[in-house]
Design a protein around this ligand. Structure first.
Ligand code: P53
Length: 476
C-alpha cells in the first residue's frame, strides 16, 4: 500500500469558473466578470466594466450555484474524499470594502459545505482564486494598495469565523507565483487586480504587490490559527519545474534563476522571511519596498502549514535561445521528449514526481496536489455506441501522472496529503475563457458561445477515476 487511508482523492474548481449566478444572492462584480471569452492564441479581453455585446463566460458558467447538490452527488458517486473550491469574495463582500458581510453569500457556502460534509467530502478552500472584487481594482488598484491587505484579512477572518467547524484545509492565494511573469499583464490582473503603468519598473511594482500579499496571507494565517488551532492553512503555487535545454553550464544558472522567480513566493510564505537572492537583487537595483514597522515579524509568524500546488507542465530554458514557444503563457522552449496538448501545454508526468521532490526537499512540509489535469476538445460527436464520451486521452494522462506521484510517495518518501484533479466537471477555462477546453470526468452541455442545456453526463473517465479512488490508487 502506498497511499495512507486518509489520502484525499478528489477534484478542484474555483467559484468564478463554475458557479455562474453572477448577480444573485447580492453578489458583486468580480474581476472575472469583466473577462471575455478568448481561445488558444487569442487572449481574453479585460474590458472596462461589463460591456454590451460581449460574451462573459463566467457570468453564468455551468450554474453550479443552482446545481451544486446534483454535482456534488456525482463527485460522491466517484468516491471523492475531498473537493476544493474557492469562496467568491464578491459573495461575501460585494465591493470588497464594506463594513459588514453579505449574509446571503455566507449562507450559500454554509449550505455548500454542509452538503459536502453530509456526503463525507472534505472541503478544501481557496480564499482568493482570481476573483477580486472589481471595485477594489478600479478604486484601489488592487494589491498595489496597502488598504487592500486589510480588506483581504477581513474577508479571510469572516470566512474563518463562519466556517470554523466546517472547513479545516485552507489556502490564501491561488497560484500566487503566476504573476512572476511581468510580460503577461493578464496575471497581474487575475492574481492581484492591478495593471502596469506606462514606463514603470514592473519588477519593482511586482515586489511591492507581492509584499502586500505576503503580509495579507501571513495575517490571515495568524488570525486563522487563533480562530481554530486545528486549521491547516497553505500557500498555493503553480509548480512547473524548469529544465535546462542543454548541459551548457550557463543554462543551469538560467534555469535556477527562472525557478527562483517561483521559489521567491514560497520561500517567504513557508520560511517566513525573504530569501538572500531577492534581498541582494533589491540592494543591487536600489529597490525600496514599502513596509510597515512589524511586517517582517508578521511574515515570520504567519508561515503556512502545508504546501499546496498545481502541476500542469514543465518549462525549458536556455541561456542562449529565446522563447519561441507558441503557448499563450510562454512556458519556455519546446521539449522534443514530451507531447503537447491541443493548447500547447507540455504533457510531462515525470515532471510531477520531480516537482514533488523539489518541494519536499526545499521545505519539508506536507504537500497537497490541488490541481492536475488536461484540457481536451470533446463534443457530442465523440460519443460511442454506449452513449458516453470516450476520453481515453484523459485516462492515459491521469494514469501516467498518478503512477509518477505514486513513485514519489513509495520510492522517494514525499509527504503527500492528497491529489485533487483540476475541473472534475467541465467549467470555464481561466486562461482562455473557453467552455470547450474541457477538463471534466463529467461533461456539461455548453459551448464557447454560451449555448447549451447544461445537462451533465458522465464520461468514460468518470468510471475509471472511481476505480482509482476505490482501490486507493492501486488500480490504474
Ligand atoms: P486553464 C495558466 C493560466 C491560467 C491559469 O488553466 C492557470 C494556469 C496554469 O498555471 O492556472 C490554473 O483553465 C488555475 C485554474 C485554471 C487551471 O490552471 O487556462 O488555478 O483556475 O483553470 C487550468 O486551462
Amino acid at each position: 500500500m502506498s497511499f495512507s487511508n486518509g489520502f484525499l482523492w478528489g477534484g478542484a474548481v474555483a467559484a468564478h469558473q463554475l458557479e455562474g449566478a453572477w448577480q444573485e444572492g447580492g453578489k458583486g462584480v468580480s474581476v472575472a466578470d469583466v473577462m471575455t471569452v478568448g481561445g488558444y492564441g487569442k487572449p481574453r479581453e479585460i474590458t472596462d466594466g461589463v460591456l454590451e455585446g460581449k460574451i462573459y463566460p463566467n457570468h453564468d458558467a455551468i450554474d453550479f450555484y443552482h446545481h451544486y447538490k446534483e454535482d456534488l452527488a456525482l463527485m460522491a458517486e466517484m468516491g471523492f474524499k475531498a473537493f476544493r473550491t474557492s469562496i467568491a469574495w464578491t459573495r461575501i463582500f460585494p465591493k470588497g470594502d464594506e463594513a459588514e458581510p453579505n449574509e446571503e453569500g455566507l449562507k450559500f457556502y454554509d449550505d455548500l459545505f454542509d452538503e459536502m460534509r453530509r456526503l463525507g467530502i472534505e472541503p478544501v478552500v481557496t480564499l482568493c482564486h482570481f476573483e477580486l472584487p472589481y471595485h477594489l481594482v478600479t478604486e484601489y488598484g488592487g494589491f498595489r494598495n496597502r488598504k487592500v491587505v486589510d480588506f483581504f484579512v477581513k474577508f479571510a477572518t469572516t470566512c474563518f469565523e463562519r466556517y470554523k467547524d466546517k472547513v479545516k484545509y485552507w489556502m490564501t492565494f491561488n497560484e500566487i507565483n503566476n504573476q512572476r511573469n511581468t510580460d503577461v499583464p493578464f496575471f497581474a490582473v487575475t492574481n492581484s487586480g492591478f495593471t502596469y503603468k506606462e514606463g514603470e519598473d514592473r519588477k519593482l511594482v511586482l515586489y511591492q504587490v507581492a509584499h502586500n500579499e505576503f503580509v495579507a496571507s501571513a495575517k490571515a494565517v495568524i488570525a486563522g490559527h487563533k480562530i481554530n488551532p486545528k486549521f491547516q492553512i497553505g500557500c498555493m503555487l503553480n509548480i512547473g519545474p524548469v529544465y535546462t535545454e542543454s548541459c551548457r553550464p550557463a543554462d543551469a544558472i538560467t534555469a535556477m534563476k527562472e525557478m527562483d522567480k517561483t521559489w521567491f513566493f514560497s520561500d517567504v510564505q513557508c520560511r517566513g522571511h525573504y530569501p538572500t537572492y531577492v534581498l541582494k537583487e533589491w540592494e543591487n537595483k536600489g529597490y525600496k519596498i514599502q513596509m510597515e514597522d512589524n511586517d517582517l515579524e508578521v511574515l515570520a509568524q504567519g508561515k503556512v502549514d502545508y504546501f499546496a500546488f498545481s502541476y500542469y507542465q514543465t518549462v525549458v530554458v536556455s541561456s542562449v535561445k529565446k522563447n519561441e514557444d507558441g503557448d499563450e503563457f510562454s512556458n519556455g522552449l519546446d521539449n522534443p521528449y514530451v507531447e503537447k496538448s491541443d493548447w500547447g501545454w507540455k504533457i510531462d508526468p515525470v515532471g510531477l514526481r520531480y516537482a514533488l521532490n523539489l518541494v519536499q526537499e526545499r521545505y519539508e512540509l506536507p504537500m497537497m496536489i490541488v490541481e492536475n489535469g488536461i484540457g481536451l476538445h470533446e463534443t457530442e460527436a465523440d460519443k460511442q455506441e454506449d452513449g458516453m464520451i470516450h476520453d481515453d486521452a484523459r485516462i492515459a494522462y491521469f494514469r501516467a501522472h498518478i503512477s509518477e506521484m505514486k513513485k514519489a510517495v513509495e520510492e522517494d518518501g514525499v509527504d503527500l496529503l492528497g491529489y485533487l484533479t483540476w475541473g472534475p466537471i467541465d467549467l470555464v477555462s481561466a486562461g482562455t475563457g473557453e467552455m470547450e477546453k474541457r477538463y471534466g470526468f463529467i461533461y456539461v452541455d455548453k459551448n464557447n458561445k454560451g449555448e447549451g442545456t447544461l445537462r451533465r453526463e458522465k464520461k468514460k473517465s468518470f468510471f475509471w477515476y472511481k476505480d482509482v479512488i476505490a482501490s486507493n490508487g492501486e488500480k490504474l
